[in-house]
Every structure is written in C-alpha cells, then in structure tokens.
Design a protein around this ligand. Structure first.
Ligand SMILES: Cc1cc2nc3c(=O)[nH]c(=O)nc-3n(C[C@H](O)[C@H](O)[C@H](O)COP(=O)(O)O)c2cc1C
Length: 206
C-alpha cells in the first residue's frame, strides 16, 4: 500500500485509521482535570509521551472533536493550567475505557468509570487512586494544528511531582519494574496490549 496524504481530496479518516496502527503500541495518559467550578473530568489519551528529561516535560494531545470543538480535558487545562496523568495498568483498563465516554461537560468520568479521585499535593486536579503511578503537571505550552475535526492541540506539561506505588519498583527502588507494572498500550482500532514479557538489550558502549 502507498498513501499520498498530499493528494487533493485525500480523506483524513483513511489516513488516521492506518496511522494509529502505524505508531503503536502507544502509552495511555489517563488525564484528570478539574474546572473552575470544581467539576472533575477524566479521559484517556494515547497521543502521549515524555519529551524532556530535564526539565521533565510530558505531552499529550486532545484533538478537536468532529464538531471542531475542544475536548473537555483541553477546556479545563486551558482554564486552570493544571492536570494529573495516571498510568493505565492492566487492572484498571476496563475502567479506563469507560472514561472515554462522551459525557456532557461537567459530568465526572470518575463516577461513571468507578475510579476514585484522591487529593494531589501541588495541583487541584485529583490523582486516580487505583493507578500505580500519577504525575502532577502544570501547563507549559499548547501547540495547535488548525481548526478541522481531529486537529491536534498538543498540551505540554511540566511534571511537578510523581506518586509511584512502591509495589511497582525494582528491588533497588531506582526504576519501575515493567513486570510489576503491567502497563497497557493502545494499538489500532479497539485493540490493546499489556506489557507481560519485557526483555532487555544493551546499547553498545563505544
Ligand atoms: C485508549 C484511548 C486513547 C485515546 N486517545 C486519544 C487521543 O490521543 N486524543 C484524543 O483526542 N482522543 C483520544 N481518545 C478519545 C478521548 O478519550 C474521548 O474523546 C474522550 O471523550 C475525551 O474526553 P473529554 O472530552 O472529557 O476530554 C482516546 C480514547 C481511548 C479509549
């Protein structure tokens, strides 16, 4: 198959379906926010990664919806400048899928999914209690790619604090043990994967 995305009339949906299987597996940020009225929101985003080590910066990307409107997560972060990213482990994958439901603005996907909000230290948005890892973040920058349906609005956030369940640490406590974490990744369509058989390779020292 050959795809020329620059061809006039190219349907972005055709490309999107293939590209989300192309870049895979993707980690999933379960993003918790709270608006100025104190209403909670929780949603998963697999356009997600860590993009700077020092300072620690993460990015994720809520796209405009089919009506070209920003997602609730984006609205809340633009309003408050804060958010929390929870890691999706195998144990909370079913609840994570429920948080993707398009509830009316202001209705909490915490309640809808059965996940529990827990107080963070430095930001108002809550942690996800059932997740083994939560990052407290402050908005650094937003980069938007237009105003069409599915246009990305990339959110970069400074990591202010991390909450890591001791149960997922290595014996030396200096790394996360992927065998204990069992992270879930997103593949194309409705497919997911779990990290169950991590293996290691060394980079040659030259
Ligand atoms: C595993 C998973 C990953 C997703 N990743 C993204 C993503 O990277 N960007 C996006 O705009 N929507 C993504 N979605 C869809 C949003 O989660 C969905 O539109 C959600 O309703 C947004 O919630 P909000 O409007 O409360 O922010 C994903 C859905 C699932 C289930």
């Amino acid at each position: 198959m050959y795809l020329d995305v620059t061809k006039p009339g190219f349907d972005w949906r055709v490309g999107y379906k293939l590209f989300v299987g192309f870049v895979n597996p993707r980690p999933i940020a379960l993003v918790s926010t709270i608006n100025a009225a104190g209403q909670l929101n929780l949603a998963p985003f697999s356009f997600y990664n860590m993009v700077s080590g020092n300072p620690p910066v993460v990015m994720f990307c809520p796209s405009l919806n089919r009506n070209r409107e920003p997602k609730h997560t984006y609205r809340n972060i633009a309003e408050t400048g804060e958010f929390v990213i929870a890691t999706v482990s195998e144990a909370i994958a079913p609840q994570m899928a429920r948080t993707a439901a398009e509830l009316p603005y202001g209705q909490s996907e915490f309640e809808f999914s059965g996940l529990t909000p827990a107080a963070a230290q430095l930001v108002k948005a809550p942690l996800v209690k059932e997740s083994p890892m939560n990052l407290e973040c402050r908005l650094r920058q937003i980069v938007a790619f237009g105003d069409q349906p599915a246009a990305g609005q990339v959110i970069f956030g400074d990591v202010l604090a991390a909450h890591i369940d001791d149960a997922v640490l290595t014996a030396e406590r200096d790394q996360i043990d992927p065998r204990k974490l069992r992270t879930v990744g997103r593949l194309g369509g409705s497919y997911y994967c779990t990290v169950t058989e991590p293996w290691s390779l060394e980079t040659p020292k030259v």
